[in-house]
Design a protein around this ligand. Sequence first.
Ligand code: CA
Length: 225
Amino acid sequence: MRILLVEDDRELGQAVLSSLQHEGYATDWVRDGNAALHALKLEHFDLLLLDLGLPDLDGREVIRILRQRNQNLPVLVLTARDAIESRVRALDLGADDYMIKPVEIAELCARIRALVRRRTGTATPRLQLGLLELDLSSKQAFAHGRALDCSAREWSVLEYLALHAGQVISKEQLIQAIANWDQMLSANAIEAYVHRVRSKLGDCGVVIRTVRGFGYMLSETEHGS
Ligand code: CA
């Protein structure tokens, strides 16, 4: 799991970075808001750990721009500010949770796990939808218990749609979710991946519908069990 840490305080940033790496999270650290937005544009992260008081772009501005771009990764705000309005505004702008500094690493890791669980809607790394089962650790999909032969990009598309089952996902969102594979991915390429994933799913109680003008939605069919 990949985390982007945005913190301008060197000592605190270093401490959080090494703790998270020690916990097994692949963590990258940037020190200002613009660098964060740049990194989030280029690469896929599973969670953003964001300081609110940053030298250039305020943390809340980072969240606002992020949500405008339809990047919906979980955002955990770190703040030294005790003004409640500041935290409320961050939550209103689309932050998922906040912690007041100084943070206890054990609690920080617990909150990260909770956010990721909440986002994926699952307590285990296996996701079951109809007769489709995804093993999120080994990146293997099974339909009727048989392994599906998916390429890395097809898997990424399927995983993202399955983790957001019941929600309409735009092609832009899909591109961002798998942008680390190919930053030049086009909308046409996404259509091709979705087409291939659809044909591989077959009749397993799960369909990927095209929502014209908006994107795609993966959901269980009525007959799915
Ligand atoms: Ca700061």
